[in-house]
Design a protein around this ligand. Structure first.
Ligand code: C2O
Ligand code: CU
Length: 487
């Protein structure tokens, strides 16, 4: 037993060493070129449907609505292509890397087989420039998910897209659906996410604008409740479905129709507050699991979180606004059910000034609950770090230097998320959906400054899984840790 856990610690350390935490050098010179075998091909079981897609990650230019940017994307749009399947289907997705550097694809929120999780150094080798990779997995749970690379700060380019898993037993209590992808955008506006990370971490060489992209206000600790200081980077644009507010995406519908919104925060450094002007929203799901329906005028959504809400539409033209928490500007899209002029791109719906739902206050539906059980083990996940110098860590050390959490298959595992910093961190765990103490199921949860949160998960998906802050700059500056099953 002693021998085995020492061995997995060593293996964990080796795996981490291959990741090359910072900037776009995920395969440092001298590292073994290949350490992971390609996963065994997955064969569908009898009757299982296979959903196939081909994705090309490439440099392209995008029109955000009057502003054209050079960036990287899956194909020629951001968000990239919607992938849609039904719970229980097998997905078979070929990724062709035409970027000038390594990449990978992570299927955020899906309880998939570990080898398809898309984390270089932990579950696969990076997909080298000019090569391709086949992801095959079964998607067991319905819900709203998304996919993005797990290399460097590539998420903050245009490399993100929705992944929707439909429910075979969907009650379908709505007429139409709208996938709403939020993003904070700076790539191709004179700097790249790699420039911003280098500025933040102080590794930029000879930059005349070494503070470019850093929100100096973020250095004065504090900020407004409930999340305090929630972001480090100032963005020139906030997008809904890839569009700026002056040239918004538009959903056309009829008055009285019920719409299911599937809202995904694909931003890298921004919590948003979402409201539909003139309407109440009924939040029905978060992170792929049903909640007790809850009415609200507006809700917060952290990076990596998803919320589904239904709404019965009035007649007219209505702004769907996503306001960046603690930052200037906003994202906006429109729902049009009648004639009328579009609202001003800077419109401020009254719903944003009324009480705003915090996801952690939702309650799980009965079917979403984890069975009641005391934890078999408790793992400390101690978050530390600060803006100056820009260093973030879990359990006292940045990723690559910290020890993997080690858990046993079959255990009920409690993670004690302890945030010892002045910032809010959206903490995400791969391959599992944990339960808050209220029973609410989440895979990404906002942990407020100087506070702690205990979450429980059932260790039913063996492998090596990443646990990290979904602020991509924090993650790349060290705020990640592996959670490995003992073998
Ligand atoms: Cu969107 Cu490691 O996650
Ligand atoms: Cu963070």
């Amino acid at each position: 037993m002693q021998e085995i856990s020492r061995r997995s610690l060593l293996l964990g350390g080796l795996a981490a060493a291959g990741t090359g935490a910072l900037v776009a050098c995920s395969n440092p010179p001298g590292a073994a070129p290949s350490t992971f075998a390609r996963p065994a091909r997955l064969q569908p079981v009898a009757g299982q449907r296979v959903v196939e897609h081909q994705l090309t990650a490439k440099a392209t230019s995008l029109d955000l609505g009057g502003t054209t940017v050079d960036t990287w994307a899956f194909g020629d749009s951001a968000p990239g292509p919607l992938i849609r399947a039904t719970a229980g289907d097998m997905l078979r997705i070929q990724v062709d890397n035409q970027l000038p550097t390594d990449t990978s694809v992570h299927w955020h929120g899906i309880a998939l087989r570990n080898v398809a999780d898309g984390v270089p150094g932990l579950t696969q080798d990076p997909i080298a420039a000019g090569s391709s990779y086949l992801y095959e997995f079964t998607a067991p749970d319905p819900g709203t998910y998304f996919y993005h690379p797990h290399v460097g700060v590539q998420l903050d380019r245009g490399l993100y897209a929705p992944l929707i898993i439909d429910d075979r037993q969907e009650p379908g209590n709505y007429d139409l659906e709208w996938v709403v992808v939020l993003d904070d955008w700076l790539d191709g506006t004179g700097r790249t996410p790699d420039d911003v990370l280098a500025d933040l971490t102080g590794t930029a060489g000879g930059s005349s604008d070494s503070m470019g992209g850093m929100d100096m206000g973020g250095m004065s600790m504090g900020g407004d409740p409930p999340f305090g200081d929630a972001g480090d980077v100032t963005y020139p644009h906030y997008l809904i479905n890839g569009r700026v507010p002056t040239a918004p995406d538009v959903l056309r519908a009829k008055p009285g129709q019920r719409v299911r919104l599937r809202v995904i925060n694909a931003g890298s450094d921004t919590i948003f507050t979402v409201a539909l002007g003139g309407h109440r929203l009924t939040v029905t799901d978060t992170d792929g699991f049903a909640v007790q329906p809850r009415d609200t005028g507006a809700f917060y959504i952290g990076m990596g979180e998803r919320y589904d809400a239904t709404v019965t539409l009035g007649e007219g033209v209505f702004p769907l606004v996503a306001a960046p928490y603690g930052k200037e500007g906003q994202a906006m899209a429109l729902i049009r059910t009648g004639s009328g002029a579009a609202p001003d791109p800077a419109v401020h719906p009254a719903e944003l000034d009324a009480p705003i739902l915090q996801g952690a206050d939702l309650r799980p539906s009965d079917a979403s609950r984890l069975s009641a059980r005391d934890p078999d083990s408790t793992q400390m996940v101690h978050l530390s770090g600060q803006m100056m110098p820009y260093r973030w860590a879990i359990n006292g050390a940045p990723y690559g230097k910290n020890d993997a959490l080690l858990i046993n298959e079959g255990d009920r595992v409690r993670l004690d998320l302890m945030n010892m910093t002045q910032m809010t961190h959206p903490m995400h765990i791969h391959g599992h959906t944990f339960a808050l103490q209220s029973g609410l199921r989440k895979d990404t949860v906002l942990v407020k400054p100087m506070s702690s949160l205990a979450v429980d998960l059932q260790a039913d998906n063996p492998g090596n899984w990443m646990t990290h802050c979904h602020n991509i700059y924090h993650a790349e500056a060290g705020m990640m840790v592996a959670m490995n099953y003992r073998t």
